[in-house]
Design a protein around this ligand. Structure first.
Ligand code: DGY
Length: 321
């Protein structure tokens, strides 16, 4: 039987073509986010729906009438936009795409670290605005990164990949806080020390977030925890927007509670808390951590393998639930 596979957004061409060999693919030609009613319709008409981070699948939708979908093959590793308990209850399997975006996301965290500390985004704006009048010893001074202390919140795949880049590449001392310990060999390789969040925040020159978005990590970084960071510290977030209370961060940046921040993710994407985009001490990127050609194709292929396994009645390679 030909199955309907509903893609909520456009995927790289090569992967869309490969998916077409598996069933009847319904594409979203406009590539606009689907409305709630369109998501409901997808659930009622397609056995397999392939969502992304822009699709909110909550309990009301997943447990709604006439839901036909049996697999949500997510294009992405994060799945906080899907109510996993409700999916389980509705008998819908959920898969994700771990592993393939680790280095791409760690690269963007590295980019944010360097651009926040070294003021490169601000410097670029300065040149483009025609404001640069030439070199001088006191112009646009910034903070050196090499040899400083990096605090990593969440030592999963991406946190570890990022720690490797900054430890081996920039000689940074690694502190981390995480639900579980790093494998011993990795902790040794990185000379990493595990601390609780408060100690990590007060001892780090830079803090980079790599934890998943869960009820426990929501607003983990808030007015109080920002206050525990050092005044010269910078915060990097490539994880999920709601790990940070964005209003509190705005306030901390405006009042120099911390020196700077580099963000790839936001609480209400694509809307920013008003005022954030007027500050020079924050670098703002449009959720592009996994956005390389290689990685997006690999994410598509990974989702495709989950679809293939589902259709063949095999074990799902990246089953979340
Ligand atoms: C991911 O894979 O989680 C990326 O942030 C895109 O959703």
């Amino acid at each position: 039987m030909i199955q309907n596979i509903h893609l909520t957004r456009r995927w790289p061409n090569a992967v869309e073509s490969d998916l077409e060999s598996l069933g009847k693919v319904v594409r979203n030609e406009s590539d606009e986010p689907l409305s709630r009613e369109e998501l409901r319709h997808a659930l009622q008409t397609a056995e397999i729906v392939c969502p992304t981070v822009t699709d909110q699948f909550d309990a009301e939708l997943l447990l709604g009438d006439q839901v036909k979908t049996r697999l949500l093959a997510n294009f992405g590793v994060g799945f906080n936009h899907i109510d996993i308990e409700a999916a389980k209850h509705a008998g819908i399997s959920v898969t994700n795409t771990p592993g393939v975006l680790t280095d791409a996301t760690a690269e963007i965290a590295l980019n944010l670290l360097l651009s926040s500390a070294r003021r490169t985004a601000e410097g670029e704006r300065h040149v483009r605005a025609g404001a640069w009048v030439g070199w001088r010893p006191t112009h646009m001074l910034s903070t050196q990164v090499t040899g400083k202390t990096m605090g990593i919140v969440g030592a999963g795949r991406i946190g570890i990949a990022f720690a490797r880049k900054v430890h081996h590449g920039l000689g940074m001392k690694i502190l981390y806080t995480s639900r579980s310990e790093m494998p011993e060999s990795v902790a040794l390789e990185l000379s990493a020390t595990r601390l609780d969040l408060n100690d990590l925040l007060s001892q780090s020159d830079f803090v980079s977030l790599h934890c998943p978005a869960t009820p426990e990590t929501r607003h983990l970084i808030n007015a109080e925890t920002l206050g525990q960071m050092q005044g010269h510290a910078h915060l990097i977030n490539t994880a999920r927007g709601d790990v940070v209370d964005e209003e509190a961060l705005l306030d901390a940046l405006q009042n120099q509670v911390i020196a700077g921040a580099g963000l790839d993710v936001y609480e209400q994407e694509p809307v920013l808390v008003p005022g954030l985009d007027t500050l020079d001490n924050v670098v703002l990127l449009p959720h592009m951590g996994s956005g390389t050609v290689e990685t997006r194709e690999a994410m598509g292929q990974c989702a495709l393998r989950n679809v293939q396994a589902f259709l063949a009645g095999e074990l799902l390679p990246n089953k979340v639930v």
